[in-house]
Design a protein around this ligand. Structure first.
Ligand SMILES: C[S@@+](CC[C@H](N)C(=O)[O-])C[C@H]1O[C@@H](n2cnc3c(N)ncnc32)[C@H](O)[C@@H]1O
Length: 473
C-alpha cells in the first residue's frame, strides 16, 4: 500500500487532541526515546543539505527529532492551523527516473513502482559514500527497527495465523522475490563491476522502506525526504499534497502547534492489517479495522460448477480497490457493523448474495437468481429470498462461518496471553503487541457482524414462526 498524494488542496480542520493513546504504543516495551534536542543536533546538517539540493527553503517551523516512533518532525515555533509547514520541491525527491535508462528498460512491467524505487535505493546504498542521497539514506530506519510482517520469524508469524494478513504476507514475500530476481539480473548485466551483488535481504529492506514511506505521485512514486519523517495519526486531517503548478509537495497544519509538539499527518484510512504489513505498526484501537474473509463453494456441492460460473459472471468491482488484499468473487471485506438492529449498512450485500447462491439446491433456483439479476441492476442475489426459511438458511451459513472465525481469533489471542512471559526480546514484544492489536480489532469486527446476523436471523425466525404460532392458538 502506498501513500496517496492528492493534487487537490482539500483538507479539514480539527481541534487539538491529546495523543496519549498513540504515545502509549511502544513506550510499553521500554524503548527510551532520544530527546528531540539530541536528535536535532544529530540531524542539524540535514535540512541545509536538502535545501541546497532543492534550491529553496523547505520549512521555517519544523525540525527533526526522535519520538517513540523513530525520527519525527516537531514544531520549532508556534504553528497556526492552515499554515503551510513544509514545501519539498520535486527536484529534491527520489523517483524511479533516477535509474539509468538501460536498467529501467530491463526492469519491465513485472517490477512494480515500489520495486523500481527499491532498486534506486539499493543502488544508492551500494554506491556508499559517493551517493548523492547519502545524508538521506543514512537517516532511514535500520532493518532492526522495521516490523512489517514480511520480516517476522516463524514463532512471531504464527501468532497471526488466523488473520488474512498471514496469507497476504506470504504472497507479498513471493512477489518481492520475483521482482528481486529481475532487479538482480539487471544489476548484473548493467553494473557487472561497479556494484557489489545485491542480496534478497537488501532488496526486501529497500522494498519495505519504499512501501512504508513513498507517495504515489505524477512520477508514479516518490520518496519525499523530510516530509517522510512525519508519523501517522489516524485522526489528523493533514496530508501531503502535490502542487503540480509549482512542482512541489507540501503539508499544511490542521491545528495549532506549540514549539516542541510532534507534528503528525494521516497516511490514509488504513486498517491494522494494512498498517502492519505495509508500515510495520498498528494502532491499539483502529476505527478502520476490517476482516478479510474467504468463502468456498464446497467441492462436493452437486451444483459446484454452475454456482462458480454464475458467481464469476456476476463478479464486478464497483469501488476502486484501495485494499492491499485483492478482490475476487469469494473474498469479502467486512467492517465493524455499528448497529445490530438493522440501522446502518450491516454486513456486505455481496457476502449475503454469496450465501444465497450457496444454499440453492436445484439448478432452477440458480436460474431464477440469474433471471432476477437481469431484471434488476444486474447484480446477483441482492434481494432476500421470498422463501423466508431459505433466507434464514443462507444467513445461518454466514453466522456459522463468522462464529468459527471468532473462535479461531479468540483461541489465538488466548494462546498469546497464556504464553506471555516477560523474558522476550524487545522485537518480539513489539510484534506480539502488534499481533494483539490486529487480532483484537478483527475480533471486534467479527463480533459486530455476528451480532447483526443473529439479530437478522432471530427476526426472520420469528416472522417464519408467526403463522405456526397463530395456528396453535
Ligand atoms: C513515513 S515513516 C515516518 C518516519 C519514521 N518514524 C522514521 O524514523 O523515518 C513511517 C514509519 O514510521 C513509523 N510510524 C509512523 N507512524 C507511527 C505510529 N503512529 N505508530 C508507530 N509507528 C509509526 C513506522 O515505522 C512507519 O513505517
Amino acid at each position: 500500500m502506498l501513500l496517496c498524494i492528492p493534487t487537490v488542496k482539500l483538507f479539514g480542520f480539527q481541534q487539538r487532541r491529546n495523543f496519549s493513546s498513540l504515545a502509549k504504543r511502544f513506550s510499553l516495551i521500554g524503548k527510551s526515546p532520544l530527546e528531540p534536542q539530541t536528535q536535532a543536533s544529530l540531524d542539524k546538517d540535514f535540512l541545509p543539505w536538502l535545501e541546497r539540493i532543492a534550491g529553496a527553503k523547505i520549512t521555517n517551523t519544523l525540525s527533526i527529532g526522535k519520538s517513540t516512533y523513530g525520527r519525527s518532525l516537531f514544531a520549532s515555533k508556534f504553528i497556526h492551523a492552515g499554515e503551510c509547514m513544509l514545501k519539498v520541491p520535486f527536484n529534491a525527491q527520489i523517483t524511479p527516473d533516477e535509474l539509468p535508462p538501460d536498467i529501467r528498460v530491463s526492469l519491465t512491467d513485472e517490477v512494480g513502482n515500489i520495486g523500481k524505487l527499491a532498486a534506486v535505493l539499493l543502488r544508492e546504498k551500494k554506491t556508499g559514500q559517493k551517493s548523492r542521497w547519502l545524508p538521506y539514506i543514512s537517516r532511514l530506519p535500520q532493518p532492526a527497527e522495521m516490523h512489517s510482517t514480511i520480516f517476522w520469524g516463524e514463532d512471531e508469524f504464527s501468532m497471526i495465523r488466523c488473520s488474512a494478513v498471514h496469507k497476504e504476507t506470504v504472497k507479498q514475500k513471493a512477489q518481492i522475490e520475483k521482482e528481486f530476481s529481475i532487479v538482480a539480473q539487471a544489476f548484473k548485466q548493467h553494473y557487472p563491476m561497479v556494484i557489489e551483488r545485491p542480496y534478497l535481504e537488501d532488496f526486501m529492506y529497500a522494498y519495505a522502506l519504499v512501501g512504508s514511506r513513498a507517495w504515489e505521485t505524477s512520477k508514479g512514486i516518490s520518496l519525499i525526504p523530510f516530509a517522510d519523517f512525519m508519523n501517522h495519526d489516524g485522526l489528523s486531517a493533514s496530508i501531503v499534497l502535490s502542487d503540480e503548478d509549482n512542482q512541489l509537495s507540501e503539508v499544511t497544519a490542521d491545528r495549532n502547534y506549540s514549539p516542541g509538539d510532534e507534528v503528525f499527518i494521516k497516511y490514509g484510512e488504513f486498517s491494522n492489517a494494512t498498517l502492519m504489513l505495509d508500515f510495520g505498526f498498528t494502532l491499539p484501537y483502529n476505527i478502520h479495522d476490517e476482516v478479510q474473509i474467504q468463502m468456498d463453494v464446497p467441492n462436493d456441492d452437486p451444483l459446484h460448477a454452475m454456482k462458480l460460473g454464475l458467481l464469476q459472471t456476476h463478479h464486478t468491482r464497483t469501488v476502486k480497490d484501495i485494499n492491499i488484499f485483492h478482490s475476487s468473487c469469494d473474498t469479502f471485506t467486512i467492517k465493524e457493523v455499528k448497529s445490530a438492529i438493522g440501522k446502518g449498512k450491516g454486513i456486505p450485500q455481496s457476502l449475503r448474495a454469496f450465501a444465497r447462491v450457496l444454499c440453492c439446491t436445484i439448478p432452477q433456483e440458480l436460474n431464477e437468481l440469474s433471471k432476477e439479476a437481469a431484471q434488476n441492476d444486474g447484480r446477483l442475489a441482492r434481494l432476500p429470498f421470498k422463501d423466508r426459511n431459505k433466507e434464514l438458511e443462507a444467513h445461518k451459513i454466514l453466522l456459522s462461518h463468522i462464529n468459527r472465525l471468532i473462535e479461531d481469533h479468540s483461541a489465538c489471542i488466548k494462546e498469546m496471553e497464556e504464553s506471555k512471559c516477560h523474558f522476550v526480546s524487545q522485537r518480539f514484544a513489539v510484534r506480539r503487541e502488534m499481533a494483539r492489536d490486529l487480532l483484537s480489532g478483527e475480533l471486534r469486527v467479527l463480533r459486530s457482524a455476528a451480532e447483526w446476523l443473529n439479530h437478522y436471523c432471530t427476526t426472520l425466525f420469528s416472522v417464519t414462526m408467526e403463522p405456526v404460532l397463530q395456528s396453535l392458538q
